[in-house]
Design a protein around this ligand. Structure first.
Ligand SMILES: NC(=O)c1ccc[n+]([C@@H]2O[C@H](COP(=O)([O-])OP(=O)(O)OC[C@H]3O[C@@H](n4cnc5c(N)ncnc54)[C@H](OP(=O)(O)O)[C@@H]3O)[C@@H](O)[C@H]2O)c1
Length: 266
């Protein structure tokens, strides 16, 4: 892969920030960073030693690859606006797991995906080495180019089509977004009751560590798995009194772990 590839980053949020930093670190040139709030663009452009822009009017036509790292809901609108500023032959990709590549098709002849399957937050360092990079494009030559680009930053690069990526994204929402929300519930309960959330951290860690060697379906434990109805009733009574907002989640998870509880709680 030629390090001569010039990139423009549209979006300087969680993904734009980390992806931009990594691409810069491996020696690629990021020509410009765009964000509607110039402070966000500048925060990243300082690190990437490039120009920060807040208007697509100022975008350079001199890049080889345009990466859209904007919210899913903004991708099509930004692509439409961008298509009035740069030639339609430019290669434009987005970084979304849930959005089909074909949203870019009406606007660009060469389009694709560069989706890093990981959770990113500014302020939290990430190690790209094993992050799955899911790439795709309408042209084979660009699939090859994006694959090579992916391999510069990760050893875990996959060609994944729109359907497969959408499915992976559903699964990713369960394993990451939902499990993180469950941790948040645990934190809320412990902090409200003046108990340390830290005491649960070895349990959280072991839950995740276990599945590196076993299927999670064989590692399930807890009252729902064992069918401990008395314990479940105690938990529900406690929640009713203290955290009624979590009852539905508790019941849904319990039913999903053990279908025997479906009738009782429906
Ligand atoms: N965060 C993750 O963990 C993660 C992981 C993998 C993939 N992704 C995908 O990556 C993409 C970006 O996600 P993110 O988490 O980086 O989002 P984000 O942190 O909200 O950043 C989005 C960027 O787009 C700009 N933006 C927001 N609305 C816009 C609009 N209507 N028009 C133009 N620019 C707009 C934002 O800044 P301004 O408000 O200054 O314009 C910011 O620069 C999404 O497609 C997401 O699904 C996210």
């Amino acid at each position: 892969m030629s390090k001569e590839l010039k990139i423009i980053l549209i979006g300087a949020g969680n993904v734009g920030f980390h992806l931009g930093k990594k691409l810069h670190e491996v020696g690629l040139e990021i020509k410009q960073v765009y964000s509607r709030k110039i402070s966000k663009a500048k925060r990243l452009s300082k690190i990437l030693k490039c120009e920060a822009i807040q208007k697509l009017d100022n975008i350079s036509t001199g890049a080889d690859l345009y990466i859209l790292a904007v919210p899913d809901s903004a991708i099509e609108k930004v692509a439409a606006d961008l298509s009035n500023k740069i030639p339609k032959s430019k290669l434009v990709v987005h970084t979304s797991g849930a959005t089909p590549s074909t949203v870019l098709k009406p606007y660009f002849k060469n389009y694709g995906i560069f989706y890093p399957l990981q959770t990113f937050s500014i302020g939290r360092e990430v190690n790209f080495e094993n992050i799955p990079i899911c790439i795709d494009s309408n042209l084979k030559k660009h699939r090859t180019l994006l694959e090579r680009l992916g391999k510069l930053i990760s050893q875990n690069v996959h060609q994944i089509n729109d359907r497969e990526r959408a499915i992976l994204h559903v699964a990713a929402v369960f394993v990451n977004n939902f499990s993180n929300n469950l941790f948040t519930i645990g934190e809320k309960i412990t902090s409200t009751e003046n108990l340390p959330f830290d005491i649960l951290k070895p349990l959280i860690k072991e839950t995740v560590d276990k599945i590196s060697q076993h299927s999670p379906s064989t590692m399930q434990t807890g009252p729902a798995k064992r069918g401990d109805e008395i314990t479940i009733e105690l938990h529900l009574k406690y929640l009713e009194k203290n955290f009624p907002e979590f009852i539905k989640v508790y019941q849904t998870m319990t039913q999903n772990i053990n279908s025997k509880f479906s009738k009782n709680n429906s």
